[in-house]
Design a protein around this ligand. Structure first.
Ligand SMILES: [Zn+2]
Length: 432
């Protein structure tokens, strides 16, 4: 089912006209209400009259996470606090958190894009939706919650963690949709396995997974282990939270709700737009938000845009699964390495578990990369030679994929710490 056919199936020209009108309004509102933006535009020699439509978007200055931090907490809001009905904030693990305020209209828009996303994933009002994303300042839980209620499906607002309880409710309430991070979905499957519960006996049909990058191989693994269709949903709190884009049943890229968020792809080094279809950093301009609209916000996520028509009938542009983050990209001995490349190699091997940790260090002046990866239980009971062979095989595969030698350490299952939220995959010990 397509929730909003008018917007989701608009022609390119119709979409461009909607975007242009909304962009012009947003630029005016920001310019007149936020001194910080006004100064930035003036420094770039711009007034709102210079922005007549989407074709002028590239003239506008970028916004980054540090702009949000410099204006902590409410400096970039374009409305008085009396109009803000909700606040969310990022975890702030690397400095001050970034704070986002929503007006009532913003909450309605967010619910609408999440509802559209759920429909893309094949969720309908008869579904029972178990929301195992964290509720709280993190946007995951409440974001999906409002969209699910708007659709009319039944919500189980269990939040993250408490895996035994998650499984009990799946069994007792017949949950048909599971929403959580992909790493938590895998963890749930481990616990099911240990408890001797066959996933076929559950009623799960669709999984809506996001909030961290995951590979195509990890999708297959989750689908096989949980017996559901795993759908990728994308979002970031600075833009709106989950529901910025989502896959449809064809799983060929995530449709961006571009009547609300205009995507661009830039080269993260030169900051120039890349050629059509090329991979680069994703940038969003919000064109309907009232609380804290952002222009050309650099997401740091690496992906590419697909404008070809999708088999589902929607014309909304699609973005490919994120290939990592421009600031997560590790530069090791001059080679660009994305943790997702390593994950893909590991998931192609049947002997390893998709739980790993990368440790980057520097010995004298040389960078080193080591990988801890869990091996399936039965390999540890096997002879040592088999483990050595496996280690060699992984080392060789990584070397041919990355062009780097990686020191591989095989560890027993459950050695690497599990989390109910985003998995920590990289420890960088270098002091640069
Ligand atoms: Zn589609």
């Amino acid at each position: 089912m397509i929730w909003n056919e008018k917007m989701e199936c608009a022609t390119r020209d119709e979409m461009k006209a909607i975007q242009s009108e909304r962009l012009v309004e947003t630029v005016k509102r920001i310019y007149h209400n936020v001194a910080y933006y006004r100064d930035k535009m003036q420094q770039a020699g711009l007034t709102p009259f210079d922005i007549e439509g989407v074709e002028d978007l590239h003239k506008l200055p970028f916004t980054t996470k540090s702009d949000l931090r410099d204006n902590y907490p409410f400096g970039l809001f374009t409305v008085p606090m009396s109009e803000i009905v909700r606040l969310h904030a990022s975890s702030g693990t690397t400095g001050k958190p970034t704070v986002v305020g929503y007006t009532r209209k913003d909450i309605n828009m967010w619910s609408e894009v999440v509802t559209r996303s759920l429909c893309m994933a094949g969720v309908h009002k008869n579904d029972i939706v178990q929301i195992a994303y964290g509720y709280g300042l993190f946007t995951g839980g409440l974001g999906i919650h409002y969209g699910t209620e708007n659709l009319g499906a039944s919500v189980i607002p269990i939040s993250g963690g408490n895996t035994q309880k998650q499984i009990q409710l799946m069994q007792d309430f017949n949950s048909s949709v599971l929403c959580c991070t992909p790493s938590y979905a895998l963890y749930i499957s481990d616990v099911l396995n240990e408890a001797g519960i066959d996933p076929e006996t559950l009623n799960l049909r669709v999984g809506i997974f996001g909030a961290e990058p995951w590979s195509e191989a990890m999708r297959k693994e989750i689908e096989r282990k949980l017996k559901l269709r795993a759908i990728d949903i994308y979002g970031l709190s600075e833009i709106v939270g989950p529901g910025v884009s989502c896959e449809c049943e064809y799983q060929q890229g995530m449709h961006v709700h571009e009547d609300h968020f205009i995507p661009e792809i830039i080269d993260p080094v030169t900051l120039e737009p890349v050629a059509d279809g090329e991979v680069g950093e994703l940038v969003f301009s919000t064109i309907t938000k009232e609380g804290i609209p952002l222009l050309r916000y650099r997401t740091r996520d690496l992906t590419r845009l697909i404008y070809d028509k999708c088999s589902c009938g929607r014309t909304l542009v699609r973005m490919e699964k994120c290939k990592g983050r421009s600031d997560d990209m590790l530069i090791i001995r001059g080679v660009n390495v994305f943790p997702s490349q390593i994950e893909t190699v590991l998931l192609e091997m049947s002997e390893t578990e998709p739980h790993y940790l990368l440790i980057v260090d520097r010995e004298n002046t040389l960078d080193t990369l080591s990988l801890m990866v869990e091996v399936q239980e039965q390999f540890f009971s096997d002879e040592v030679r088999k483990l050595q062979d496996l280690r060699k095989q992984i080392t060789h595969k990584l070397e041919s994929t990355l062009g780097l030698t990686v020191d591989v350490k095989l560890v027993e299952p459950k050695t690497i710490e599990r989390t109910a939220g985003k998995a920590k995959r990289v420890i960088d010990k270098r002091n640069i």
